[in-house]
Design a protein. Structure first.
Length: 164
């Protein structure tokens, strides 16, 4: 007769453990879903930056174009650069999500350096907007190259796996 309370206690503990594990499994799935959402959001942001850069490159290559539009595009890159670090939460590297992202784990080993490269992109994009506003195509072209080297290129070399 004394076994019944002990069995009830064991059963209650088993139910509580199962509930605890179930909640944490759901929370783990939710966390993974959140991280995949961040990965998709950052990929969309990078595509947007790439689209702006492609349009700017077309003007640089043609040595002619609407400089007011170029200024707006450079300012969009500057604004987008400020968003980059927030879209790279820990646990969202290529090691965590193979085949889903090209973000190197080095981002989180040197997150302050990563944030600095995003800030550099923003600074260089701001200078590009200023060059566009001046209307000087030579300065604009040179600053586009600088933005590509110090901003995009620097980050991709340090923090992004090569695309296949």
């Amino acid at each position: 007769m004394k076994r019944a309370p002990a069995l009830r206690l064991i059963a209650a503990a088993a139910v509580a453990t199962a509930a605890y594990l179930g909640v944490h499994a759901i929370a783990g799935t939710a966390k993974a879903d959140d991280l995949q959402g961040d990965i998709k959001a950052r990929q969309a942001l990078m595509k947007q930056i790439g689209a702006q850069a492609k349009a700017i490159y077309a003007v640089v290559d043609a040595k002619s174009g609407d400089m007011a539009d170029m200024q707006k595009r450079a300012l969009l890159i500057q604004a987008d650069a400020a968003k980059i670090p927030s879209l790279f939460p820990a646990g969202s590297s290529a090691s965590d999500f193979p085949g889903k992202t090209h973000a190197k784990p080095e981002i989180w080993q040197d997150f302050s350096g990563f944030k600095q490269t995003a800030a550099t992109l923003g600074t260089e994009a701001g200078k590009l907007a200023d060059a566009a506003k001046s209307g000087d195509m030579t300065a604009f072209s040179a600053q586009f190259d600088t933005m590509g080297e110090k901003g995009c290129g620097s980050c991709h070399k340090q923090f992004r796996l090569p695309l296949k």
